[in-house]
Design a binder for this molecule. Structure first.
Ligand code: RI2
Length: 326
């Protein structure tokens, strides 16, 4: 960790890493806000010093969680093309980019919701996995259009983020049936859509989302239930166009197994031959996804690369969090 990182950045990074702030869109929003705050608080005495501060901030935020591409996309948006030959101009440029980014994020989620709502019919039942603000935007707009929906909400182990979805759906007045993840297949016959979000979308249309999404999608395909992914274009992963893969975050085993449980199961508390793995995400191949709904329209997953090229195709050069950037 950089020792010279500003408290506003350190706090945001800590909240993202601990998942106090979570969800791909919320992470991006928090990162942009932190960069704006860092710029506002800068006492740099030269443009070079200002850029170094912003680079340190971006690096600290970038190293928090590796899978949701919304985070590097946010850092890039706010810090690329930072213009100005004085610290004051640079500061204003970063602050206005951060504000603009956060506004666009809200707008994109709203537009996406309107499009996604068109796929939902009056009386439909959705099945959700984890908690996605993009997915909930589709539900909110469908309700605004006067449609009635019901929901089967998967608990989503290990952190039970399905509870957040259940709470928000109930606030919206949607009847909810909460189930454990293992019960999903049994309830698929009762639902009209699987509706999930995404942390990253790869160029081939693969969807990287909360662990358990891929198994759900395979089961849904077998049962003939369409799988709809709500993901604003901020979730498109540009590096996958040039062959990079998406790193899957491995989280702490304590989310799965408490210390006393470990001691109980293993040969003592520190049994080296008792392994616990806790991948936070998995990859759903495009053949198991029916539609990716973005603020630019809905796409069959195989064609998402066209949109990706249009939006991110001409990005070159060093990343704003890289050491070598001057
Ligand atoms: P929105 C979450 O990841 C979930 O996987 C969710 O589907 C995705 O981010 C997108 O969330 P985590 O941060 O951007 O809970 O749609 O690990 O809110």
């Amino acid at each position: 960790m950089d020792r010279d990182v500003h408290p506003a950045v350190a706090d945001a990074a800590e909240s993202i890493a601990s998942m106090e702030i979570r969800g791909a869109a919320a992470i991006a929003d928090a990162a942009a806000e932190a960069l704006g705050e860092r710029a506002a608080a800068s006492e740099a005495d030269s443009p070079a010093a200002f850029r170094a501060e912003m680079r340190a901030a971006a690096r600290r935020l970038h190293e928090t969680r590796p899978t949701a591409v919304s985070l590097p996309n946010a850092l890039r948006y706010v810090l690329r093309d930072t213009e100005g030959d004085t610290v004051e101009r640079l500061r204003r440029s970063v602050e206005s980019s951060a504000t603009e980014f956060r506004h666009q994020l809200d707008q994109a989620q709203d537009n996406l919701g309107q499009i996604g709502a068109n796929r939902l019919r009056d009386g439909d039942t959705i099945m959700t996995h984890c908690h996605s603000t993009d997915a909930l935007s589709c539900v909110r707009h469908a309700l605004d259009d006067g449609k009635e929906l019901t929901a089967v909400v998967k608990e989503t182990r290990p952190r039970k983020q399905g509870h957040i979805t259940a709470r928000q759906l109930r606030k919206l007045g949607v009847p909810v049936t909460l189930i454990v993840d293992n019960a999903a297949r049994r309830y698929l016959d009762d639902v009209d859509h699987v509706l999930v979000g995404a942390d990253s979308i790869a160029a081939d249309g693969s969807v990287i989302n909360k662990i358990g999404t891929s198994g759900l999608a395979v089961n849904a395909r077998e049962r003939g239930v369409p799988v709809m992914v709500a993901a604003q274009t901020l979730k498109l992963h540009p590096a996958t166009m040039t062959g990079h893969t998406v790193e899957i975050e491995m989280r702490d085993e304590s989310e799965v197994l408490a210390d006393d449980e470990r001691a109980d199961i293993g040969r003592g508390a520190d049994d080296p031959d008792l392994a616990v793995e806790n991948p936070a995400f998995d990859v759903t191949p495009p053949r198991h996804v029916d539609a990716i709904v973005t603020e630019r329209g809905q796409f069959p997953p195989e064609s998402i690369v066209t949109l990706m090229r249009e939006l991110f195709g001409d990005q070159h050069g060093e990343e704003p969090w890289e050491e070598t950037l001057q």
